[in-house]
Write a protein that binds this ligand. Structure first.
Ligand code: ASP
Length: 346
């Protein structure tokens, strides 16, 4: 080959985008142990290295940050992930995070609040079946996560099955289906089929600087209302934690007779402990004015979570309480949409 031809060849080489893959464990990199069941694989990285398509899409660096079953996640890991990404922000065109599905939606919400104003994507994925096993969804999920990570989107998203879901709207709705996650109360940001299609309304890449907001008050409790819930359980939580998320019935209703929770909500609020009520339904919003059993909770000082998922409500309350304990400010921040996590006024 002539010198000139060589030159043409080298100038034609298109540089692949650089993507950082941060791994935290989860089924995707688990293996079956005959005695223990599915456990994190000690060579998680080598499982991922065996997917050649990734190198066709991007130049990848791997950062193993944790290797846990995500049922063991602690809020401190959310800070670690966000910090690790923020420290390396300028070195990459996008980020992929692998995570267990059980608590993935808590983590996706947390990263969304901790790192805002993104100018490139953070894509979180995992799988229902380990990469090692026949029929695994891990390979497709990971490849699709990379496809999204090199696209124009600039948000924290969950890529799972055929859906691209905003990080604050992801909800694990199936312990069986390969389409394990749903976009709660909003359309997904996009879908993956023959090609990748985005809905309008996604944030696109830009020159803005991301905002790292490492505020997290880990002292938040969450409990579902159930018939027979003793008010003293809530009282106990209000002694031990700085904020409480109460998963109410339907439109955010709570018991007000018999084992009424109203006095304990009022006492908690008077002590400066916010009580945020979300719905235990899969879809829909709190409408606490609708029934007397919601109204009295509002009058006692409860804050409605509107159409936020319990996971997002819980993480957002941690993030808000990391910044303020002033109840008025807590309420106005909980009611405000920072990242499309709720429909304001909804
Ligand atoms: N228990 C696993 C985890 O969350 C489930 C999964 O990844 O699908 O780590």
């Amino acid at each position: 080959m002539t010198k000139a031809a060589n030159l043409t060849k080298s100038t034609n080489v298109v540089k692949k985008p650089k993507i950082l893959l941060l791994t935290t464990g989860g089924t995707i990199t688990m293996v079956k142990d005959s005695e223990k069941g599915l456990v994190p694989c000690s060579q998680a990285d080598s499982l991922i290295q065996r997917i050649p398509e990734i190198s066709q899409l991007a130049e990848m660096d791997l950062l193993p940050l944790a290797n846990i079953d995500s049922s063991n996640v602690l809020p401190s890991l959310w800070l670690d992930i966000s910090e690790a990404l923020y420290e390396r922000w300028d070195d990459y065109d996008g980020f992929v995070v692998t995570h267990g599905t059980d608590t993935l939606s808590y983590t996706s919400a947390a990263i969304s609040f901790l790192l805002q104003e993104l100018n490139k994507p953070i894509v979180i994925t995992g799988s229902q079946v380990p990469l090692e096993e026949i029929g695994s969804d891990g390979r497709a999920n990971l490849i699709n996560a990379f496809r999204v990570a090199i696209s124009d989107i600039a948000e924290t998203v969950v890529v799972f099955g055929s859906l691209i879901i905003r990080g604050t709207r992801a909800k694990k709705t199936s312990a069986f289906d390969l389409q394990a996650f749903t976009s709660a109360n909003v359309l997904p940001l996009g879908s993956i089929g023959l090609s990748i299609r985005y809905e309008s309304g996604k944030r696109c890449r830009s020159r803005r600087k991301p905002l790292f907001q490492p505020f997290l008050n880990e002292s938040v409790a969450m409990i579902s209302v159930f018939p027979g819930l003793k008010p003293e359980v809530l009282g106990f939580l209000a002694e031990k934690y700085s904020g409480i998320v109460l998963e109410g019935y339907g439109a955010g209703n709570i018991p007000t007779e018999g084992l009424s929770l109203v006095p304990v909500i009022q006492a908690s609020v008077e002590k400066g402990i916010p009580v945020v009520v979300c719905t235990q339904c899969l879809f829909g919003s709190t409408e606490m004015e609708l029934y007397q059993v919601g109204r009295v909770a509002l009058e006692a000082g409860a804050i409605p979570a509107m159409d936020m998922t319990p996971e997002t409500t819980f993480v957002k309350l941690m993030w808000v309480l990391g910044q303020t304990h002033d109840l008025k400010t807590v309420e106005s921040m909980m009611r405000k949409s920072f990242l499309g996590e709720l429909h304001e006024g909804g």
